[in-house]
Design a binder for this molecule. Sequence first.
Ligand SMILES: C[S@@+](CC[C@H](N)C(=O)[O-])C[C@H]1O[C@@H](n2cnc3c(N)ncnc32)[C@H](O)[C@@H]1O
Length: 250
Amino acid sequence: MAEYDLIAQSYLKTRQGVLCLPAEIYTFETMAGEIAGQSILELGCGEGFYTRKLKQKGAAKVLGIDLSEQMIELAKKQEAREPLGVEYLVRDALELGQIGGFDIVIATFLLNHAQTKEQLLKMCQSVAVNLKPGGRFMALNHNLELSPEFYPKLEKYGRRQTMRGLREEGTPISVTLFNATEKSTFTDFYLSQATYEWAFQQVGLKEIVWHPLLVSPEDIQKFGQAFWQDLMDYPIFVWIEGVKECQTSV
Ligand SMILES: C[S@@+](CC[C@H](N)C(=O)[O-])C[C@H]1O[C@@H](n2cnc3c(N)ncnc32)[C@H](O)[C@@H]1O
C-alpha cells in the first residue's frame, strides 16, 4: 500500500487550504506562460489539484499519474463530478517508461519523495522520456538551500516540517499540513541542490532555473504585506525549471 493511500482524504482537505497556495500558483503561471493548447503530464498528481487547473486553463491534453490508488480515486471522483477531460493512471514515477510525448511535464512535491540520488535520477528519467525535445519540466519542491532552523517560520501558512537529522543526503523531513479541523502527515527526503542539478543534467534537462515563490500584487493587497513577509524572507518552496535538450539519450 502506498503511503498516501492512508492519508488521501486528509491530504485533500488540508492541501487546498495551505495558505501560501496563491503564491505557488502565481509563480507557476508567471513561469509557465501560455498553457492553452499544450499537452501536459503531471507525475505524482495526487488528487488532481494542478491537473484540473491546467485543463481549465485550456491545455489540450492533461494526464495525471500517481502511485497511490486512493489519490487517483479521489482525482477520478472529482473528474466524474465536474468533467474536464483530465485522464488519470495509477503508475510509479520511478519506473514509468514512455507513455507519451508531452510539451510540458510537471511534478509538484514529488521529487522530494526520492530518498537517494538513484531514485531522483529514475524520476528525472521518467520526466525526460515523456517530454518532446525542447519541452519543459517544472517541479515544485522544498527549497533545499533553506536552513531547517527557519522551518517554524512557515507554520503560519499551515505547514509544519522538521528535518529528522543532519542536513545530508537522504535525511527524512516530516511534513504536516494542518488547518483548524484536519491534519495530514507524510515524509519527504532531503537531497542537495547539487544532486538535483546532477540528476537533471544526466537526463538532458538543461537551462535549469530555481524560482522562489512570488506573491502577486493582488494577494499582497488582499492579505497584507506582513502576512507574506515570512514567505519572502524564508522561501520554503521553489519551482525548478528545466528544458529537454533536442538531442539526448535517456
Ligand atoms: C505531497 S503529494 C503532492 C500531490 C500533488 N502533486 C499536490 O501538489 O497536491 C505527493 C504525491 O506523490 C505521490 N508519489 C510519491 N511517490 C510516487 C512515485 N514513486 N510515483 C508516483 N507518485 C508518487 C504520492 O502518492 C502523492 O500523491
